[in-house]
Design a protein around this ligand. Structure first.
Ligand SMILES: *[C@@H]1O[C@H](CO)[C@@H](O)[C@H](O)[C@H]1NC(C)=O
Ligand SMILES: *[C@@H]1O[C@H](CO)[C@@H](O)[C@H](O)[C@H]1NC(C)=O
Ligand SMILES: *[C@@H]1O[C@H](CO)[C@@H](O)[C@H](O)[C@H]1NC(C)=O
Ligand SMILES: *[C@@H]1O[C@H](CO)[C@@H](O)[C@H](O)[C@H]1NC(C)=O
Length: 387
């Protein structure tokens, strides 16, 4: 009996010791369930109005992505930023990846230069992918083929793609060539939001570059070098926000404005179209006047339309489009007013002069009339007194 009890006690103690060792080991790897992830922080967090299991490997100094093969299956949000991974390998989450809960991947700011065509597998549940601030080349270069048009093809349910400053500098030509191929080959039928700011983009190889993104609502192209509305937007039936801020646009032609109107007035639409066109070198000319007039009557919403400026080439000055147009109006009506006053003065002078010159004949002509009036007044007074 005693013996039994003692052995049970020792068993229990052993169990407790083992358990506590396991527990401290777990604690040491920050709830991440694997030694490879020990530099990361894992746990539940309240994000996007829900509790999510977040794996956060920020500034952990990783130079390879091996730890991504052992992500906990329950991971909802992967934050992997500020590391140094030049090349994202094939099957980055492992061949047998089973990450059906993964919704967000943030791989911003990792110095990524190349993404292998088959990097992302089993990512059908991911809704947001962020690759901002990297150095990605997607064009063919020397013997190495960086061209992987199917790079996003497994993101069947992707809603947001963030590619702000994602590409290597001086690749705008290749980028323009390849983006279309990528979108055609990736079947991003649910993509809602696309960020492509700060990528030095000037032009597109194909004006239908975005036409394979039929669900696109918000397109961010700010901080590029785009010189005009040089891509098709009429195919983007759901477009509700187009950001062209801080580009190199010198004018919007009547055709461009008609295009915006045509899209905004499409009967199948349920939302309005908003444009951001601030901070572009729009020239002060007939086109800019036309732009202002259009902005006052169109159904398209223009963000900060009162702050739109144009560039006066002759005087090297930036002018506010609204005050420029309105001051011209004001100048015109002022001139009209002065003219009117002058004319009235001349008329009055002429009448006075005429009356003065012909005062005798005027008097004789008017006297019978005056007399009649006086008489009439007298009669009326008498009549009223009689009553
Ligand atoms: C991830 O970790 C970094 C650094 O510890 C922190 O600044 C950031 O807020 C974390 N992100 C989330 C979503 O918890
Ligand atoms: C980006 O890549 C180019 C070569 O493609 C390299 O010269 C440059 O230093 C890289 N920039 C950064 C910030 O890594
Ligand atoms: C594209 O995705 C849709 C569903 O999102 C699917 O029905 C269709 O077959 C896919 N097409 C291709 C070419 O993969
Ligand atoms: C911006 O446009 C002007 C012509 O309007 C052109 O001379 C200039 O090179 C363009 N800048 C860039 C960075 O493309």
């Amino acid at each position: 009996m005693y013996l039994n009890c003692a052995s049970m006690m020792s068993q229990a103690t052993k169990f407790l010791i083992v358990a506590s060792i396991l527990f401290t080991a777990k604690a040491r790897i920050n709830n991440c369930e694997d030694k490879l992830l020990e530099l990361c922080v894992c746990g539940n967090q309240y994000i996007d109005r829900a509790t999510k299991f977040v794996v956060n490997c920020t500034d952990t100094g990783f130079t390879n992505s091996d730890m991504l093969m052992v992500l906990p299956k329950k991971t909802n949000v992967l934050i992997f930023t500020g590391n140094h991974i030049s090349i994202l390998p094939v099957n980055i989450f492992g061949e047998q990846a089973d990450l059906t809960a993964l919704e967000v991947i943030d791989m911003s700011n990792n110095g990524i230069t190349e993404i292998k065509g088959k990097t992302f597998h089993h990512v059908g549940s991911v809704r947001r992918l962020m690759l901002n601030h990297n150095n990605i080349s997607i064009a063919e270069e020397d013997d190495r083929n960086f061209h992987h048009p199917r790079v996003f093809s497994n993101f069947e349910n992707l809603e947001e793609l963030h590619l702000t400053n994602a590409f290597a500098d001086n690749t705008d030509e290749e980028l323009a060539d390849d983006l279309h191929d990528i979108f055609v080959n990736s079947n991003l039928t649910k993509l809602y939001k696309l960020h492509l700011e700060q990528n030095e983009i000037k032009k597109w190889k194909d004006e239908k570059v975005f036409c394979d993104l039929p669900y696109l609502h918000d397109l961010y192209l700010g901080d590029n070098y785009i010189p005009s509305l040089n891509f098709n937007i009429l195919c983007l039936k759901k477009l509700r926000y187009l950001d062209l801020e801080s580009n190199n646009i010198s004018k919007f032609t009547q055709e461009d404005l008609d295009t915006f109107d045509k899209l905004a007035n499409d009967p199948s639409r349920t939302e309005s179209l908003t444009l951001e066109i601030g901070n572009n070198p729009i020239k002060c000319d007939a086109n800019s006047k036309n732009l202002y007039a259009w902005s006052q009557k169109t159904d398209v919403k223009i963000r900060n339309e009162d702050a739109l400026t144009c560039w006066n080439v002759k005087f090297g000055k930036i002018l506010n489009l609204k005050s420029l147009t309105e001051s011209k109006h004001a100048k015109f009506s002022k001139a009209l007013m002065v003219l009117l006053v002058v004319l009235v003065c001349i008329l009055l002078t002429l009448i006075t002069a005429y009356v003065y010159l012909k005062k005798d004949s005027v008097k004789t002509k008017l006297s019978p009339v005056l007399e009649a009036i006086t008489r009439k007044v007298q009669y009326t007074t008498i009549e009223s007194q009689e009553v």
